[in-house]
Ligand binder design. Structure first.
Ligand SMILES: NC(=O)c1ccc[n+]([C@@H]2O[C@H](COP(=O)([O-])OP(=O)(O)OC[C@H]3O[C@@H](n4cnc5c(N)ncnc54)[C@H](OP(=O)(O)O)[C@@H]3O)[C@@H](O)[C@H]2O)c1
Length: 240
């Protein structure tokens, strides 16, 4: 992190989040924020459904507008469907949940509209599915590689290392499961943290985007952990 002011802001946000060990999980927020979702598959549909349950307006998108329209109609008035560009424009924050191999083209097609957007990046790189870009992301870290592929976006890596099957039910037991997140942007961390709480997880900031290398399947942080367990795992990782 080159900028000192940015570092101080992030450190403050980190202290707030990492310091929550002695504080109860905050309740879901009362104010709603429009959320765009790019990739309305297993991850996008589960989280979108929960955000709607917690009072947010959500626009779903993929390359199949008809299927997104049908899903939105099923969810009712707070749900709508659009193109990825429309979902990006719609959201105060945008969840991107597509195969990692789709990110290079997506980043190009979204272009300048990405600048300044808070992007929650759930995408994981698997070379067998996603090709060379996944190999690069595994070598350099998924956080920094996503930042390169989505230039100008204020990226928060989250929802990477837990199964989609349970993402839609955390809202029923709020605060029990921790959500490790990584980002270099304090304001993006604040908004993403609020939205993560609203779907039932307690966010735990583990560090900047360079720590995104630990936010994918196959690392010690993968799977469901309590917030305290996440802090303990991260302390061990940082001590290595
Ligand atoms: N499944 C899990 O348990 C899980 C957990 C954590 C993280 N992840 C990661 O999250 C991402 C999504 O996983 P998923 O399981 O939700 O996958 P999925 O069920 O296959 O859904 C992927 C979604 O992305 C859309 N999509 C694909 N290419 C696109 C493009 N170029 N532009 C716009 N939309 C596109 C797909 O729709 P169309 O093909 O119709 O466009 C579909 O809606 C992956 O990177 C995955 O590794 C998955």
């Amino acid at each position: 992190m080159k900028d000192r002011r940015q570092f101080i802001k992030l450190a403050t946000a980190s202290a707030v989040l990492l310091g929550t060990r002695n504080f109860p999980a905050l309740a879901a927020t009362a104010t709603s924020a429009p959320i765009g979702i790019i990739g309305s598959g297993k991850v996008g549909s589960a989280l979108g459904r929960s955000w709607i349950r917690s009072g947010h307006e959500v626009m779903f998108s993929s390359r199949n507008l008809e299927s997104d329209k049908a899903f939105a109609a099923e969810l009712g008035g707070k749900a709508r469907a659009g193109t990825p560009a429309e979902a990006l424009a719609f959201g105060d924050a945008v969840l991107i949940a597509v195969p990692y191999g789709a990110l290079p083209d997506l980043g190009q097609s979204l272009g300048a509209a990405l600048k300044g957007k808070v992007v929650i990046d759930a995408c994981n790189p698997f070379p067998a599915r996603d090709g060379d870009i996944a190999t690069e992301a595994r070598e350099k870290g998924a956080g920094v590689t996503s930042a390169k592929l989505l230039p100008g976006a204020r990226i928060v890596r989250a929802f990477n290392a837990i199964g989609a099957a349970r993402m839609g039910t955390a809202i029923d037991t709020p605060g029990k499961v921790g959500m490790p997140i990584a980002s270099d942007d304090a304001a993006a961390i604040a908004l993403a943290s609020r939205l993560i709480r609203d779907v039932g997880y307690e966010p735990v900031l583990i560090g900047g985007l360079d720590m995104g290398k630990y936010l994918m399947p196959g690392t010690p942080l993968a799977g469901e952990h309590t917030p305290d367990e996440i802090r303990d795992i991260v302390a061990k990782l940082k001590a290595q």
